[in-house]
Design a protein around this ligand. Structure first.
Ligand code: BYC
Length: 324
C-alpha cells in the first residue's frame, strides 16, 4: 500500500512561508531562530561570508603600508583602520554563523579559493598616496553599498552593518584628508595623487558588481529585502557622491565621457572594463595569488593558537567534570 503523504507537514511549510512573506512585506526582521526558505539562508551565507572575507583580505593592501606610514600620527590612524577591518570581518563571520555555517568552514572556503571576496583587493598599493585613494574611493564605495544594508531583512546582518558603516565613514574621511594634504603639496605630490585616483577609480566602480542585466542574484535579493538597491543604482549614487568631492580635492576623475544627463537623471559614463572584472573574479588579477597565499600562510601560522585554545577548552571541561 502506498503511504499517504503527511499533509500536516505541507500545511506547516506553507504557513511558515506565508508568515515569512508577511514579515518581509511588513519590513520586519527575520531572526536566526525564525523559519526561513532554504534559498534565503543560502543567499545570506554567500553574501555575508563573502563580505566578511573581503574585510579580512582587505586588511592586506593597507597593512602593507603600516610600517612605512610617513609619520607616527599616520601610522596610528592606519593601524586603527586596519584593526577596524579585522573587527568588521569578525562581526560578519558571527552573523553568518547564526545561519548554521561554522567559522572553520568559511575560512576553508576562503583559503581554498572556492569563496569570493571583493575584486577591489586584488590591486597593488605601490605608494603611500594609495592609502588616501583607497580611503576616499574604496571606503566611499563601501559606504554607498553598505548603508542600505543596515536595513537588510536579516537582523544580525543589518545590525552588524550599522556599526560597520559608522567606522567606514571615519575611514572615508581619513582617506579624503590624506589626499587633501597631498594635493596641497608639491607638483610631484599632486601627480602621485592623480595617478592613484586614476588607478583606483574604475576598480571602485566595479565593487558594486556586474550591471543589473547581468546580475543573477539581484532580483531575488531585492525581493527578500537583503539588497535595497540594484548594483547600477548604487554605482550611480556613488558617482554623484564623488564628483563634487573630486572638485574640492582638485583631482580629475579618469573618465572623459562622465557627465550628468539631467533629462535621464543619470550619470553617463564610459563603458566599464567588465573583462578586467571577470578576470579578477576568475583569480587572474594582479594580486589574487599574493592575497590568497598570505591568507593561507597566516592561517597555517595561527594553527598553534587554535590548538592551544582547543586544548585549554578540553582541560577546562575535564577539570569542571572532575569537580562535579
Ligand atoms: N567582487 O548577482 P550579483 C569593503 C559576484 S568590503 C567580487 O550582482 P550579488 C572594505 C557575486 O558575489 C567590500 N565578486 O551578486 C573592506 C556573484 O557571485 P556568486 C565588500 C563580486 O551578491 C576593507 C556574482 O558576482 N562588500 O568595502 O547580488 C577595507 C554576480 O553578482 C563582486 C560587500 O561584500 C565584486 N565586486 O551582489 C575597505 C558588500 N560583485 O556569489 C573596504 C555586501 C559581484 O553568485 N555584498 N560579485 O558566485 C553585496 O552588496 C553584494 O554581494 C554585491 C554583489 C553588490 C557585492
Amino acid at each position: 500500500m502506498t503511504p499517504s503523504p503527511d499533509l500536516s507537514l505541507v500545511t506547516d511549510e506553507a504557513d511558515e512561508q506565508s508568515h515569512f512573506d508577511e514579515l518581509i512585506a511588513a519590513e520586519q526582521r527575520i531572526e536566526p531562530r525564525d523559519w526561513m526558505p532554504a534559498a534565503y539562508r543560502r543567499t545570506l551565507i554567500r553574501q555575508i561570508s563573502q563580505h566578511g572575507h573581503s574585510e579580512i583580505i582587505g586588511m592586506q593592501p593597507e597593512g602593507n603600508w603600516i610600517t612605512r606610514a610617513p609619520s607616527l600620527k599616520r601610522k596610528a590612524i592606519l593601524m586603527a583602520k586596519v584593526q577596524d577591518e579585522a573587527g568588521h570581518g569578525l562581526y560578519l563571520y558571527s552573523a553568518a554563523q547564526t545561519l548554521g555555517i561554522t567559522r572553520d568552514e568559511m575560512t576553508q572556503q576562503l583559503i581554498d579559493g572556492t569563496a569570493k571576496y571583493s575584486s577591489i583587493f586584488n590591486y597593488p598599493t605601490p605608494t603611500w598616496v594609495d592609502m588616501g585613494a583607497i580611503g576616499w574611493l574604496v571606503d566611499g564605495a563601501a559606504i554607498a553599498n553598505q548603508v542600505p544594508l543596515c536595513r537588510a531583512s536579516y537582523g544580525p546582518y543589518g545590525r552588524a552593518m550599522v556599526r560597520i558603516c559608522k567606522e567606514e565613514s571615519f575611514h572615508q574621511r581619513q582617506g579624503f584628508e590624506i589626499l587633501l594634504t597631498i594635493m596641497r603639496g608639491t607638483d610631484a605630490q599632486r601627480e602621485m595623487a592623480q595617478d592613484a585616483v586614476d588607478r583606483w577609480y574604475w576598480p571602485s566602480l566595479m565593487m558594486f558588481g556586474p550591471p543589473d542585466d547581468q546580475s543573477p542574484n539581484s532580483a531575488q535579493s531585492m525581493a527578500w529585502k537583503i539588497k535595497r538597491f540594484s548594483n547600477d543604482d548604487l554605482r550611480q549614487r556613488f558617482i554623484g557622491m564623488v564628483v563634487p568631492q573630486a572638485e574640492i580635492l582638485g583631482v580629475t576623475l579618469p573618465d572623459p565621457e562622465l557627465h550628468y544627463d539631467a533629462d535621464a537623471g543619470r550619470w553617463n559614463t564610459s563603458e566599464i572594463d567588465w573583462t578586467e572584472f571577470h578576470e579578477i573574479l576568475a583569480g587572474r588579477g594582479p594580486m589574487n595569488a599574493v592575497r590568497l597565499q598570505n591568507r593561507r600562510a597566516a592561517h597555517e601560522d595561527g594553527a598553534w593558537v587554535r590548538d592551544a585554545a582547543a586544548e585549554y577548552t578540553r582541560k577546562h571541561a575535564a577539570r569542571t567534570a572532575e569537580v562535579a
